[in-house]
Design a protein around this ligand. Structure first.
Ligand SMILES: Nc1ncnc2c1ncn2[C@@H]1O[C@H](COP(=O)(O)OP(=O)(O)O)[C@@H](O)[C@H]1O
Ligand SMILES: [Mg+2]
Length: 234
């Protein structure tokens, strides 16, 4: 589905991604892990065109996305749930969700997709007229996910969806990610919480020094003490 090859990103003179290559196979959940500041968010931003890669290729079902504008990449089928959720606090839940569909004109399909988001997250249907800023952290994360789903993506990028959530709702987030995957969405998830990554992902890649340092099936890799110690600081 998504093939990332030899991706290179620098901020001015600082090279953050030197040579990053990995695949996200269709229908799978793949985790991208790495220490703080290792470049995980930079990878996602490069995939969605928010930062421009210096070199490399990002192909979605064969279509080259590297170098395209964010709106073109969204239309090609990649959507991002940003780190820190980033919902508009003074807008209602429904308005936030509808923002995800601003580039679309297919009204009937937009209405269908909104219903699908409310079916996935019934709390959001109940609170659709509430200001997003008045919701709990977990509910705001649902809004951010729902907004990304409103672009009708083929591949969803999630940047630390469990970060800052109360432990009691982290399990709900895991269930939501698994349910999205059952609905045929291909997912690339960045997580600091190795437990969350292990619970959802089939494959995992660990970023270090601007490259993928280790990769493999999530079972095995993410319970290997040497991997946790060397790359993830635990
Ligand atoms: N817009 C930016 N300008 C300059 N440096 C940046 C910018 N964004 C991130 N960085 C730097 O790039 C590195 C990787 O950041 P980031 O991708 O956010 O890492 P992670 O998500 O793994 O914590 C960090 O050293 C960070 O300070
Ligand atoms: Mg980050």
């Amino acid at each position: 589905m998504l093939a990332v090859q030899h991706l290179k990103v620098a901020y001015g003179p600082t090279e953050v991604l030197r040579d990053v290559s990995f695949d996200v196979p269709e229908g799978k959940i793949v985790a991208l892990l790495g220490g703080n500041g290792s470049g995980k968010t930079t990878v996602l931003n490069a995939l969605t065109g928010l930062v421009r890669p210096r070199a490399g290729s990002v192909r979605l079902k064969g279509e080259e996305c590297a170098g395209k504008r964010p709106d073109e990449i969204i239309r090609a089928g990649i959507a991002q749930v940003p780190q820190g959720r980033d919902v508009w606090p003074s807008m209602t839940v429904a308005e936030n969700l509808e923002l995800g569909a601003v580039t679309r004109r297919d009204r009937a399909a937009i209405a269908e997709d909104l219903e699908a988001v409310y079916d996935l997250f019934p709390q959001l249907r109940e609170k659709r007229k509430r200001r997003a800023g008045s919701l709990s952290g977990g509910e705001q994360q649902m809004v951010a996910i729902g907004r990304a789903l409103m672009t009708r993506p083929r591949c969803l990028l999630m940047d630390e969806p469990s970060a800052g959530l109360a432990p009691a709702v982290v399990g709900d987030m895991v269930d939501a990610v698994l349910e999205l995957n059952r609905r045929n969405l291909t997912i690339l998830i960045v997580e600091q919480n190795v437990g969350v990554a292990a619970a959802v992902a089939e494959y995992a890649h660990v970023l270090q020094n601007g490259e993928i340092a280790v990769s493999g099936p999530a079972d095995g890799l993410l319970d290997d003490p040497a991997v946790l110690r060397s790359y993830l600081g635990r």
